[in-house]
Design a protein around this ligand. Structure first.
Ligand SMILES: NC(=O)c1ccc[n+]([C@@H]2O[C@H](COP(=O)([O-])OP(=O)(O)OC[C@H]3O[C@@H](n4cnc5c(N)ncnc54)[C@H](OP(=O)(O)O)[C@@H]3O)[C@@H](O)[C@H]2O)c1
Length: 286
């Protein structure tokens, strides 16, 4: 009988604290355990909701912190995943608890590394990430910015975590995270909106909803794989489907006439502007 090779835990000694155990944090932590980056016993969670803490304890087998102090005393890596509007409160409670040995990895939209440093101390090691929800199925796209207090090892930890759940890139320009928020952070919602519109259109054109849904999902999967696996530019893939006087051309002409590219650019620009605005909302220091 062939023996299955035991995969060693990548960070067996790292103590991981999580503040805000919602969609993103539970997806990341679950993925880290599944991909053998850490064991459940290495995690400690704090969420303001008992329900979320109970999920962490009963489903994930993580420890639940009594409070922020308990969490900070029992962690080296602290993952922050509260909503932007809860950040001031979260940082106020963290103030004075963050020491030199802590590495903060934040997924919070719009809060700049200098805001964390202003509240938690100028020496704080902060990595700001912008993931997206497909991290929940290990197909995420993440971009991160590390402040200058972070070491290469800190970046390595961050990259290992997010690489196990998709792809990750580093940016040296924090400002770029605003456009990243629009393109990949919010991106899945734009794709879902497209899918929803096509399904509704298919139903209007007489297809049964279950068939329309399956066709749209499979077309998106197929087209996405073609884009990522075929070594040709996307413009050529469009040409591959478009024949003279054919159906694709008839449809594409409408998209051109209705300024599809301009509409998409307005959508991305609005989301980028909103990310910029969020990053200017002051994070209170008291
Ligand atoms: N979801 C996405 O697609 C996505 C993509 C990229 C980045 N992000 C960013 O990632 C962060 C987390 O997003 P999410 O979708 O996972 O949010 P979420 O599901 O709302 O999870 C956040 C959790 O933190 C709790 N919380 C609020 N204030 C807290 C505090 N002071 N201390 C501890 N816990 C607190 C929340 O409770 P309440 O429900 O009562 O607030 C909630 O249970 C956000 O900043 C978001 O902008 C999200």
């Amino acid at each position: 009988m062939r023996k299955t090779k035991k995969i060693p835990i990548a960070f067996p000694k790292l103590k991981i604290g999580i503040i805000g155990f919602g969609n993103i944090a539970s997806g990341l932590a679950g993925g880290m355990v599944k991909k053998k980056l850490a064991l459940p016993s290495q995690f400690m969670v704090y969420d303001i909701h008992h329900v979320r803490n109970d999920i962490a304890k009963n489903k994930f087998k993580f420890r639940v912190a009594k409070n922020y102090k308990d969490l900070c005393q029992n962690s080296e890596l602290i993952l922050l995943a509260v909503k932007p509007q809860n950040t001031s409160e979260c940082l106020r409670r963290l103030k004075g608890l963050i020491k030199q040995h802590h590495l903060i990895i934040s997924t919070i939209t719009g809060v700049r590394t200098k805001d964390y440093q202003r509240v938690l101390g100028s020496k704080t090691r902060v990595i700001r990430t912008m993931p997206n929800t497909p991290v929940l199925i290990a197909l995420g796209a993440t971009v991160y910015f590390a402040n200058k207090n972070c070491s290469d090892h800190d970046k390595h930890i961050c990259e290992r975590i997010f690489k196990s759940l998709g792809i990750i890139f580093e940016t040296k320009k924090e400002i770029m995270l605003n456009a990243v928020t629009a393109i990949s952070g919010s991106g899945p919602a734009f794709v879902y909106t497209y899918a929803h519109s096509v399904i509704e259109s298919a139903v209007k054109l007489g297809l049964p909803r279950p068939l329309a849904t399956e066709l749209v999902y499979q077309t998106l999967i197929g087209a996405t794989r073609m884009m990522s696996q075929m070594p040709i530019p996307v413009e050529d893939l469009i040409k591959q489907v478009t024949s003279k006087k054919g159906t694709t051309l008839a449809g594409l002409r409408v998209l051109h006439r209705k300024n599809f590219a301009k509409v998409i650019h307005s959508c991305m620009s609005a989301a980028t502007r909103r990310a910029k605005q969020l990053s200017k909302v002051p994070v209170n220091n008291h």
